[in-house]
Design a protein around this ligand. Structure first.
Ligand SMILES: C[S@@+](CC[C@H](N)C(=O)[O-])C[C@H]1O[C@@H](n2cnc3c(N)ncnc32)[C@H](O)[C@@H]1O
Length: 214
């Protein structure tokens, strides 16, 4: 079997087997958060994303944040450290990651929850809805409903960091980490919004997407 045929086979298996809730709950249990960025190169790439995000956040005004898929709060902590925010709510699919986030973010006032995006409910809206490295883990058939659900919590700005449009679009899904390459420009357009695309310097596999809601 040639490489492509093997890839297509694996892709088919993964597409049918990928249940985000089970997958992320197990992964959070299995891999210790601090090990994720223990490798200097990985940490450096992550910091390029963090710095680009902080720069973008410096151009908008916000006082409340909903941070979806916060993981153990690696990015959240930089945001909380730099900006004065009255209301910061964050959640993640993995209860283990949320336990770690409680420790990592102990010096800040953060309301943390374990929840899938799809199930998340809260009776208020936020100036900023933010998600770093999450939406490309949402299955193509669910991405529009997930965005609509998140939009229900957003007042002014929606920012997410994900792979650039067209990035590995010939393959659509990466076989080991369940990354899907959504056409966010098209998807946001379908939902009635223009998305601004902001490159991250020296980071070919991520960009920032910024939607102004009003
Ligand atoms: C790559 S990590 C990013 C974590 C964090 N935002 C950061 O930048 O450090 C992806 C996180 O998204 C969470 N996740 C993936 N799909 C999710 C979903 N549908 N609902 C809630 N959380 C999800 C996972 O549990 C995991 O912690």
């Amino acid at each position: 079997m040639n490489l492509n045929a093997r890839y297509q086979k694996i892709r088919k298996i993964f597409q049918t087997k990928y249940d985000p809730n089970t997958y992320w709950s197990k992964l959070g249990r299995r891999i210790k958060a601090e090990e994720v960025y223990a490798k200097p190169h990985k940490l450096e790439m992550k910091m390029r994303r963090v710095n680009a995000l902080l720069e973008l956040l410096g151009t908008i005004r916000f006082n409340s944040v909903l941070d979806f898929g916060c993981g153990w709060g690696f990015v959240s902590k930089f945001v909380l450290d730099k900006f004065s925010i009255d209301d910061y709510v964050a959640f993640d699919a993995s209860s283990d990651r949320i336990s770690e986030a409680k420790i990592h973010l102990k010096d800040f006032s953060v309301d943390l929850h374990t929840s899938m995006i799809e199930d998340f409910k809260i009776d208020k809206k936020f100036d900023l809805v933010l998600g770093t490295g999450i939406l490309h883990h949402v299955k193509p058939e669910d991405i529009r409903s997930v965005l609509k659900h998140l939009l229900g919590f957003a007042k002014n700005d929606f920012i997410h960091d994900d792979p650039p449009i067209g990035f590995r679009s010939n393959t659509q899904i990466e076989k080991t980490t369940f990354n899907f390459y959504h056409d966010f420009k098209q998807i946001w357009h379908e939902l009635g919004y223009n998305v601004r695309i902001i490159p991250i310097p020296d980071h070919p596999s991520r960009i920032l997407y910024h939607v102004k809601l009003n």
